[in-house]
Design a protein around this ligand. Structure first.
Ligand SMILES: Cc1cc2nc3c(=O)[nH]c(=O)nc-3n(C[C@H](O)[C@H](O)[C@H](O)COP(=O)(O)OP(=O)(O)OC[C@H]3O[C@@H](n4cnc5c(N)ncnc54)[C@H](O)[C@@H]3O)c2cc1C
Length: 404
């Protein structure tokens, strides 16, 4: 008994957000050679934040081989978290407490920045403030989480340890402990990216699609991009925001592409009231996570697998959906989950849970963003800040954190 039924096979393999309204972003084919200040390769959420930021004071061209947003952005479950995949205490063991502290505080402020941008640009993307509940699991048990909550509180983060009695009484879950944190959010990632791209376009950015960048060659003055359209794009700087499809010329030390699965219930799912205000994830490998969407859908994901291609396997999608639903049922027995959408995608991991935001080795005027973890969208915000500072001739104070 899984407690889950698959309602409509039609939506098996289709992301919930692919059907969002308001995804229209006007694009154009590349019909002649162009010259601009900055080219951004990739029109996903990272390229969208980058374009929005750089179009304020540069001429910008965004190039994508697909229609905008149709890479991993449309597959994202968009828990907009400041918590990093690796707990603060574990990250401190790897890179030292001073840097780990900076990484957490920067993620925290990036989520605030994201919310501010959405409000300033009036982007309709269902953004909602959320608490987050990080449940003890087989990676980190309740003692480790108690220590973690103290370490976070000591650096000013709004996190508190929650024991098993409160977990049972307030949240109806049987676990040995958890950390409850404030300051995260959730939203529709595709509408968010579309809104950002439209804002960039209002400031003069042009979005070219479908155009594949095949090669990039730099010289002291800039970079020439060769495309499958047969026309070159000449720029002063290029930023590769290619998600998990790294161009062959861009080395990716420490990054690993894996597969992950997600699904959404029908709208107006009956759920406990606290779940409308809370993101839930667990300290296990593979882990389960879930949250409510604006229309009352329950969005659930997890079952990550260390394979860059497993997400393309249709039979596996059904097996993974059943496994996720079974775990959810075990944790929240009263929730009857009827699967409406189920989908899978590629996902990037790094050893520290931190992204890589670096100049491209061996090339001038070229940057690449990659290796995002479970809070990849938060890192898209940070990447736009770090790279735009560099392009403006400044150095972001935290840039060193993201250079593997
Ligand atoms: C199922 C799932 C759940 C997730 N859940 C969360 C979550 O809850 N919270 C969170 O923060 N993150 C989450 N993520 C991660 C998050 O979605 C990613 O970090 C984010 O989508 C990355 O965006 P991007 O713009 O960097 O990449 P993409 O959206 O993949 O965009 C890259 C684009 O580059 C284009 N491209 C690549 N190479 C070329 C080329 N040579 N020429 C032209 N175009 C090119 C591609 O066509 C693509 O459109 C999740 C991911 C998945 C798959």
């Amino acid at each position: 008994m899984t407690g889950a039924t698959i309602k409509r096979d039609l939506r098996t393999g289709r992301s919930l957000w692919a059907d969002s309204p308001g995804l229209g972003v006007s694009t154009r084919p590349l019909t002649e050679a162009v010259a601009v200040d900055v080219a951004i390769v990739g029109a996903g959420i990272s390229g969208a934040f980058m374009a929005r930021e750089l179009a304020r004071d540069h001429s910008v061209a965004v190039l994508d081989r697909r229609p905008p947003l149709m890479g991993s952005t449309v597959a994202s479950t968009a828990m907009l978290q400041w918590e990093i995949d690796l707990p603060l205490t574990a990250l401190a063991d790897r890179i030292g407490m001073a840097k780990a502290k900076r990484a957490y505080l920067r993620s925290r402020s990036a989520v605030d920045d994201l919310k501010r941008i959405v409000a300033e640009d009036r982007i309709v993307c269902g953004i909602k403030d959320k608490a987050s509940l990080y449940l003890a699991g087989d990676d980190y048990g309740h003692r480790a989480l108690e220590t973690e909550a103290e370490a976070r509180a000591a650096i000013g983060l709004d996190s508190a340890y929650v024991g098993p009695a409160i977990l049972r009484d307030r949240f109806g879950m049987d676990r040995t402990g958890a950390i409850l944190s404030r300051g995260s959010a959730s939203g529709d990632p595709a509408r968010l990216a579309a809104g950002l791209l439209r804002r960039a376009q209002a400031n003069g950015a042009r979005v070219y699609s479908p155009v594949e960048v095949l090669q990039a060659a730099s010289d002291p003055e800039g970079v020439t991009l060769l495309t499958d359209a047969g026309h070159a794009v000449r720029v002063k700087a290029v930023v590769f925001c290619c998600g998990y499809e790294f161009p062959k010329s861009v080395p990716t030390p420490g990054a690993q592409v894996i597969s992950t699965w997600a699904m959404a219930s029908r709208p107006r799912q009956r759920c406990p009231a606290w779940l409308r205000e809370t993101l839930v994830w667990e300290a296990s490998d593979p882990y389960l996570y879930f949250r409510m969407g604006g229309d009352g859908r329950l969005i659930v994901g997890g079952e990550d697998e260390a394979s860059s291609t497993a997400h393309q396997d249709k039979a596996k999608l059904k097996r993974k959906s059943t496994a996720i639903a079974t775990k959810l049922k075990r944790l929240l027995p009263e929730v009857e989950f009827e699967i409406d959408y189920s989908w899978a995608g590629a996902f990037g991991e790094s050893a520290t849970g931190l992204p890589s935001i670096t100049p491209v080795a061996g090339m001038d005027h070229a940057w690449a963003i990659m290796g995002f973890g479970g809070n990849g969208i938060t890192y898209s915000v940070i990447a736009s800040q770090v790279v735009s500072a560099a392009i403006r001739g400044k150095t972001d104070a935290d840039a060193d954190l993201y250079r593997p």
